[in-house]
Design a binder for this molecule. Structure first.
Ligand code: NAP
Length: 272
C-alpha cells in the first residue's frame, strides 16, 4: 500500500497477537503526530517480496519483525551495526531516505532494562528456547557479565551454536531435563503463549531468591509466572521488555522520543 502519511508496521506469521500497534499508536496519538503504525501478516515465502515492495514506498519508515522472520531478515537488509555477528537476529528494520534498509535489534536493550541494576557477574541464568529472542537475551546477559548460562531447547545444535556465538560459558539441556539450580530463569520460547502448548517445567530446583522472567506477554500472567508466584519467587513479565524495545524502534521510525510519562496508562491498556 502506498500512502503519503508516514507509517511503520509489525510483520510476522502469526501476527494477530502483536501488541506493537497499540503501543506505537498510543505514542503517536499522545504526541499528536500524523503517522500510522499497522499490522501486516507476512508468511515466510512472502518475506523477500514484502521487503522489496516496501523498500520502494517512501512513506514506509520501517517495520518491527517478529516470529518467524527475525533470522531470515538478516539476508535481506544492510547490517551496519554488525547485528548478525553480535546477536544473529533482527527485530527492527528502518528505511533510510535513499531507500536503503538497515536492520537492528532493540530486544537486547529492552530485555536488559528491568534487570540492569543487579550484579549478574557470578550468577547462573537458564534460558528456555534458542530462537531470535534467546539470541538477544544471550547477548544482553553477556553484556552484563553473566557468570554461566544453561540453555534448555529442543534443538541442541541451535542452542550450542547460540552459546558459541555469544562466547558464553555454559551448557545445553533438552526440553525434558530437570531445571538446574539457577539465579535467573528466562522463558524465551513461545511456550505458555495463548494458542501454544504450556511450558511444563518444575521450578523446585530454583532457590528462594531466584528471579523468573517470562518474555511471553499474551497472557501477561503465564503458567510459568503463576507457578513462580506460588513459590514466592520474584517475577518479571514480558511487558517491560515489550515497551522498552518498542520505544527504541519508535525513535528510529518516527524520530521522536515516546512520552514515558504516560507509561502507566499504556500498561493498563496493554493488560486490558
Ligand atoms: P523464534 O525465533 O520463533 O524462536 C522460538 C524458540 O522457541 C525456538 O528455539 C523454538 O525451537 C522454540 N520453540 C517453539 N515451539 C516450541 C515447542 N513447542 N517446544 C520447544 N521449543 C519450542 O521466536 P522468538 O522471536 O525467539 O520469540 C519467542 C517468544 O518470546 C515469543 O513468545 C515472543 O512473543 C516472545 N518475545 C517477547 C518479547 C517482548 O518484548 N516481551 C520480545 C521478543 C520475543 P526451534 O528452534 O527448534 O524451532
Amino acid at each position: 500500500m502506498t500512502t503519503d502519511i508516514p507509517y511503520a508496521e509489525v510483520i510476522g506469521d502469526p501476527i494477530a497477537h502483536s501488541k506493537s500497534p497499540l503501543i506505537h499508536k498510543f505514542w503517536l496519538e499522545r504526541l499528536a503526530m500524523e503517522a500510522d503504525y499497522r499490522v501486516c501478516h507476512v508468511t515466510p515465502d512472502a518475506l523477500p517480496g514484502y521487503i522489496e515492495q516496501r523498500r520502494a514506498d517512501p512513506a514506509w519508515r520501517g517495520c518491527n519483525v517478529t516470529i518467524p522472520h527475525k533470522i531470515e531478515i538478516l539476508d535481506l537488509v544492510a547490517d551496519p551495526g554488525g547485528v548478525r555477528d553480535k546477536i544473529g537476529a533482527m527485530n527492527t528494520i528502518v528505511r533510510q531516505a535513499d531507500g536503503s534498509l538497515i536492520g537492528t535489534n532493540t530486544d537486547a536493550a529492552g530485555f536488559l532494562a528491568p534487570i540492569a541494576d543487579t550484579d549478574w557477574s557470578k550468577k547462573h541464568a537458564v534460558v528456555i528456547g534458542a530462537g531470535g529472542a534467546a539470541r538477544a537475551v544471550l547477548f544482553a546477559l553477556k553484556q552484563v557479565g553473566i557468570g554461566e548460562i544453561t540453555i534448555i531447547a529442543r534443538s541442541g545444535l541451535k542452542a550450542t551454536g547460540l552459546l558459541m556465538q555469544a562466547s558464553a560459558k555454559g551448557s545445553v539441556l533438552p526440553m525434558d531435563a530437570r531445571l538446574p539450580e539457577a539465579d535467573l530463569l528466562i522463558n524465551a520460547s513461545p511456550l505458555g503463549m495463548t494458542g501454544k502448548p504450556p511450558l511444563e517445567i518444575d521450578l523446585d530446583p530454583l532457590p528462594t531468591d531466584a528471579l523468573v522472567y517470562d518474555l511471553v506477554y499474551v497472557p501477561l500472567e503465564t503458567g510459568l509466572l503463576k507457578a513462580a508466584k506460588q513459590r514466592d519467587l520474584a517475577v518479571i513479565d514480558g511487558l517491560d521488555m515489550l515497551i522498552g524495545q518498542a520505544a527504541l524502534a519508535f525513535e528510529l521510525f518516527f524520530g521522536a522520543t515516546p512520552p514515558v510519562e504516560h507509561d502507566a496508562e499504556l500498561k493498563k491498556l496493554l493488560i486490558a
